[in-house]
Design a binder for this molecule. Structure first.
Ligand code: NAP
Length: 234
């Protein structure tokens, strides 16, 4: 199951898992052409808003109704924007980002724990898509970053809590796909701070996910997929 599969990285992960032979459940919020394309491949798509607990719990029930067991849960859904200077707006952002980045993964992981089953006696997987911001924060995005840091900490806590039946790891992207909000100047700055000096694309994120799925002896770990930017970012 992949959350936020309606575009960009989440869509890529869902499509590549399907290509690699997994039965994929693709979560989305907004019905997009990408979700229609996944449905066209025979992938089950489930809609859910992840910004409040009632809707998250309803989604957990939908997931339980749709599958008897899950090999992996991949938490990719995310909200990304700078922190507002207006405190009332910042308060809303905190509630929303907390819900998407922490509460939803927590409730889904906890609710589906008994449904998670590995193959051939090996552990199942939970993978949190975090961000290099959890190690080296960007102050302008501090609400985004601190809630992603909570997700990073949850990776460690649940690795302990769910062992030995479930591995819990994170993949921490750096500049893999720019957004429309990135100006040319910001893109250049980000690339100049990235050791491998390029925008990585979604495939390296998928390759990290795949390596975690195929490795039976890694848990409580975070893999940076950032071209080295965590080392050089100001
Ligand atoms: N792109 C990068 O370079 C980069 C860098 C560092 C970390 N990351 C992390 O990598 C992951 C994928 O990045 P991305 O750039 O592909 O993300 P993205 O384009 O922002 O897509 C996020 C996805 O989450 C969904 N989502 C947002 N709010 C939601 C809500 N309230 N309820 C349910 N779903 C919601 C979105 O659905 P809608 O279409 O409905 O909005 C969308 O499908 C994210 O976790 C991100 O933090 C990415």
């Amino acid at each position: 199951m992949v959350t936020g599969a309606g575009r960009r990285v989440g869509y890529h992960i869902a499509r590549r898992l399907h290509q690699d032979g997994y039965t994929v459940i693709a979560h989305y919020r907004t019905l997009t052409p990408e979700i229609q394309a996944l449905a066209g491949l025979g992938i089950t798509t489930l809609q859910a808003e992840l910004s409040d607990s009632e809707q998250i719990l309803a989604f957990v029930s939908d997931l339980k109704a749709c599958c008897k067991q899950f090999r992996a849960l991949i938490h990719n859904a995310s909200s990304f924007e700078p922190t507002s200077v207006d405190l009332e707006v910042a308060a809303e952002q905190y509630q929303q980002f907390f819900s998407i980045h922490m509460l939803a993964p927590y409730l889904i992981n906890q609710g589906l724990q008994p449904w998670l089953k590995g193959e051939n006696g090996e552990a199942a997987d939970i993978i949190h898509i975090t961000d290099i911001n959890v190690e080296n924060p960007t102050p302008r995005f501090d609400i985004y970053g601190t809630t992603k840091a909570g997700l990073h900490n949850m990776t460690l806590a649940l690795a302990k809590k769910f062992a030995p039946d479930i591995k819990v790891n994170a993949v921490a992207p750096g500049p893999v796909l720019f957004t429309e909000a990135h100006s040319d100047q910001v893109k250049q700055q980000m690339l100049s701070e990235t050791l491998l000096a390029k925008e990585g694309g979604a495939e390296p994120v998928y390759l990290a996910v795949k390596s975690l799925l195929s490795n039976p002896f890694i848990t409580g770990c975070s893999i940076p997929v950032d071209g080295g930017r965590r080392l050089s970012k100001r």
